[in-house]
Design a binder for this molecule. Structure first.
Ligand SMILES: Cc1cc2nc3c(=O)[nH]c(=O)nc-3n(C[C@H](O)[C@H](O)[C@H](O)COP(=O)(O)OP(=O)(O)OC[C@H]3O[C@@H](n4cnc5c(N)ncnc54)[C@H](O)[C@@H]3O)c2cc1C
Length: 428
């Protein structure tokens, strides 16, 4: 093949990118393309992260001899337009699972067929392709543990390196975007992801011991890189495998795959309750919801989590569980509202993982114990026993020592008044 176009979506990397590798092998000239789609909503945090990731990708592609053509518009229309302009015979992209992505893929299939361009889709968004593991008689796994067993039995595809060299065709469409200068301390992008991975891997050994410790903050923090595909989940699993302490971590990557196969089978995950028969009616109290969003519920561990989200665009997994449970099971508010708020602010905001987890917590999703309700104070005492996580994010309580910080309503009234901290909206 003379020319192929690679349409990047959320696989913003050159290492272990099956679509890019295949194009580099099959075609003499490769056109890497990214199309900013105005129809795809992204919160402000994900916008800057995407920007940094694209800048980094462009630099990596230039080092390999190519470049990144960046356009704006409907990706289907733009990809076919570019393919025709450069005389491409083939177009490759990573398969994805959301309703939005699958609709884009279907439209691309049709448009490519009309123009006699060969469209090829590739794995890479998950460790194991979401349609590769199926239970007998069903289209997807509804419960995690049997999925985990079947997932572990899969023969994984080989991890691919970055292409050695890429060659652009002579005539290239002009990028819609001006060149941005890469910032050496940029948090987004493949370079930062690979550095983070290398720095963090030695901590894998103690992952099981510390991954629920809120104050220690010792999880990988790789989720935004996985979301944008700056890091290949398959390569991440391969680099973890065989190391001491790998299994509990790889199990988390399997949870990610699990929700991806749920979303593939149930595209309504973001709005419709997943479990037929689940109770799905909620109280609509705007003031309580706003207090939760702003971290003023009067439950310190909930407020700490919500303020971490607001200030960092990220929240520790244990805090996500506690804050989501408090919203749905104590304040009785709709999981969709909470899910949308998270989705808006999270750097790793992801339809499959976000709404899959929200439905799990709310009892409308994949939890086999849907009536489970976390007691936030007991959770705090267990996972933030010294109160350091709360003091880090709730400065009003910084003077309270040790675990006393988790229940300020138990303090003598005079002391409580000095704190300027609200009474609980709902008791634990
Ligand atoms: C209410 C709620 C909402 C969530 N929303 C998102 C979201 O929008 N995007 C997102 O990536 N994760 C989401 N999670 C899952 C989890 O909280 C984050 O993936 C994790 O905190 C990211 O931190 P880390 O990279 O340090 O994780 P680590 O503990 O280092 O785990 C490694 C990777 O495993 C995956 N993973 C870990 N836990 C889960 C899980 N419970 N479900 C699915 N994948 C998991 C992530 O890709 C993560 O990066 C949500 C969890 C809850 C309870």
């Amino acid at each position: 093949m003379k020319v192929a176009v690679v349409l990047f979506t959320r696989d913003l990397r050159v290492h272990d990118n099956p679509a890019l590798s295949a194009a580099s092998r099959a075609a003499e000239h490769v056109v890497p393309l990214f199309v900013h789609d105005p129809a795809l909503p992204a919160g402000r945090n994900r916008r800057w992260f995407l920007d940094e990731s694209l800048t980094d990708l462009k630099e990596s592609l230039r080092r390999l001899g190519a470049d990144l053509v960046e356009l704006r518009g409907d990706p289907v229309h733009e990809a076919v337009r570019v393919a025709k302009a450069v005389g491409a015979e083939g177009l490759g992209l990573a398969r994805d699972v959301s309703g939005f992505a699958r609709d884009r893929e279907r439209r691309l299939e049709q448009a490519c067929a009309d123009e006699r361009i060969a469209l090829k889709t590739f794995p890479g968004v998950t460790v194991v392709p979401p349609d590769a593991v199926r239970p007998g008689g069903g289209d997807h796994y509804k419960v995690f543990t049997p999925y985990w067993r079947a997932w572990q039995g899969q023969k994984p595809r080989d991890v691919e390196g970055a292409p050695r060299r890429l060659r652009l065709p002579e005539k290239l469409p002009k990028s819609w975007f001006q060149d941005r200068k890469a910032h050496p301390d940029a948090a987004g992008g493949e370079t930062a992801a690979r550095k983070r991975l290398t720095d963090w891997l030695p901590h894998l050994e103690v992952y099981d011991q510390f991954h629920d410790d809120l104050a220690a903050d010792r999880t990988s923090r790789l989720s935004p890189y996985l979301h944008f595909g700056c890091l290949s989940p398959r390569e991440l699993a391969a680099r973890a495998e065989g190391r001491a302490g790998a299994e509990p971590f790889i199990r988390q990557l399997c949870w990610r795959d699990f929700y991806h196969q749920v979303l593939l089978a149930f595209p309504g995950l973001r709005r419709e309750k997943y479990r037929a028969g689940a109770e799905d009616s909620w109280r609509d109290e705007a003031d309580a919801f706003q207090a939760w969003q702003e971290g003023h519920t009067g439950i310190p561990i909930v407020d700490a989590g919500m303020r971490q989200l607001r200030s960092e665009g990220w929240m520790h997994n244990r805090a996500r569980l506690i804050t989501a449970s408090y919203l749905t099971k104590h304040l009785d508010a709709d999981w969709r509202l909470g899910g949308d708020h998270f989705f808006d602010l999270l750097l790793d905001g992801d339809v499959a993982n976000n709404y899959g987890n929200w439905q799990w917590v709310a009892g409308t999703g994949n939890d086999t114990r849907p009536y489970r309700r976390f007691n936030p104070v007991r959770q705090a005492e267990r996972f933030d026993p010294r109160g350091d996580y709360v003091r880090r994010y709730v400065p009003e309580l910084a003077d309270l020592e040790g675990g006393a910080v988790h229940a300020p309503w138990k303090l003598p009234e005079a002391r409580r008044k000095q704190l300027r901290y609200p009474a609980p909206l709902a008791m634990p």
